[in-house]
Design a protein. Structure first.
Length: 391
């Protein structure tokens, strides 16, 4: 079962990464064409959602970020819980290497960013932007560049990216929460407790979980805490046990049911909404701005240094082994792919710079760093695969 879930996940993520790239490219083209007015009207137009006493007004981009992306983080939470209980993260011997690699891949990019932004004129609050890895893009790039490379590399990258996502969610919860409304947060906590109690009801309709998730999300949105935290927290209440014999568990049902919608609809919509910016508004000085350089080089240099450096250190100290059949060159290629931050980095960037202040520099830095990382990683993996064919 664990292997089937993992293979299905990899297949979906590979296709989703290509769609994300297309959506981002379309957004940039529209933002710099006669259709720019249509594009910016779409993402900036406010509209109101009211259900009973719940009433909120946000722009399209804000609703995608705070609403639909909460479902993405719910699926991320399900995947994390599944991997901890049944997958790669359940085996301590396999867990050490990707966990340490993920930690290295979070610390080094943050340090690179702060090296450019700690001084006068910098924006140090953006240090979390380059710490994340976009699973969909990274898996898609690996599938394209190295289809014949050892499958252990894909599992290593997937596990590392899941740990990285967990770290990113913890950073979001710790750093981007201010002005908390405790009454609303209490309502979210009560809703989470009710969701947890649903797990004791053997034949509970799945619609009840959906209603519980909506309550948690609505209270969290009102509380001032990022709804990404609500998504992951709600996922932790979903039981993994099967309701019926010879069937996948509740958690697997939700994973398999929601993941295609997240991969093919929610993430592409977010990429389209968040990636567009006017090139004419950003001269060479913007490319060389500390925020742009910090994000771009944090992703491109910091990620590869942190992931590969931590991997080499753990293996060198004999605390873990390299993925079976993988060479150091292949691991370096995968380390480069970890610098593809795209969706997660854009999301964190939107939190770090909640207004248009430095938003263009963040988007430019994310795109430059992600493209460089993807291109370099795919080139190295192509070379590694060619060397395998020659031996």
């Amino acid at each position: 079962m664990a292997r089937r879930i993992t293979l299905d996940f990899l297949k979906t993520e590979s296709a989703s990464g290509l769609i994300l790239a297309i959506c981002a490219a379309v957004a940039i083209v529209m933002a710099n064409s006669p259709l720019a007015g249509l594009y910016f009207d779409f993402i900036d137009t406010p509209f109101t959602i009211q259900i009973g006493a719940f009433r909120e007004t946000h722009s399209t981009l804000e609703w995608v970020k705070e609403g639909l992306m909460a479902i993405f983080f719910f699926v991320v939470g399900l995947e994390i819980k599944y991997e901890v209980l049944r997958g790669e993260l359940a085996n301590p011997r396999r867990l050490a290497l990707p966990v340490v690699a993920a930690l290295g891949g979070m610390v080094a990019p943050a340090l690179v960013y702060l090296a450019f932004n700690a001084g006068a004129g910098g924006s140090p609050q953006g240090w979390p932007v380059p710490v994340a890895t976009d699973i969909a893009f990274a898996i898609a790039a690996l599938a394209i560049a190295g289809p014949k490379l050892p499958p252990t590399l894909r599992v290593f990258l997937l596990t590392l990216a899941i740990v990285d996502d967990l770290g990113a969610v913890l950073v979001i919860g710790a750093v981007f929460t201010e002005g908390v409304k405790w009454a609303a947060l209490g309502g979210a906590a009560v809703s989470l407790a009710l969701m947890a109690l649903l797990g004791r009801w053997r034949g509970v309709p799945y619609l009840f979980y959906a209603a519980g998730f909506l309550l948690v999300w609505a209270f969290t949105l009102k509380s001032g805490v990022s709804t990404s935290v609500a998504g992951v927290a709600a996922a932790m209440t979903v039981p993994i046990e099967s309701r019926r014999a010879l069937r996948p568990g509740v958690l697997e049902d939700f994973m398999e049911g929601l993941h295609p919608y997240v991969a093919y609809l929610i993430l592409p919509l977010f990429a389209f909404s968040a990636a567009g910016f006017r090139l004419a508004d950003h001269a060479l000085s913007s490319v060389l701005h500390p925020v742009t350089l910090g994000v771009a080089l944090g992703l491109f240099l910091g990620k590869q240094a942190g992931v590969f450096g931590a991997t080499a250190a753990v293996v060198g100290l004999k605390l873990a082994r390299r993925p079976t059949g993988a060479t150091w060159l292949e691991l370096y290629g995968v380390s480069l792919l970890c610098g593809v931050g795209f969706t997660m980095s854009l999301f964190i960037g939107a939190l770090a710079f909640s207004t248009e202040y430095r938003a263009g520099e963040v988007r430019m830095g994310v795109l430059i760093g992600s493209v460089l990382s993807a291109a370099a990683g795919m080139a190295v993996l192509r070379w590694a695969q060619a060397r395998r064919a020659d031996t």
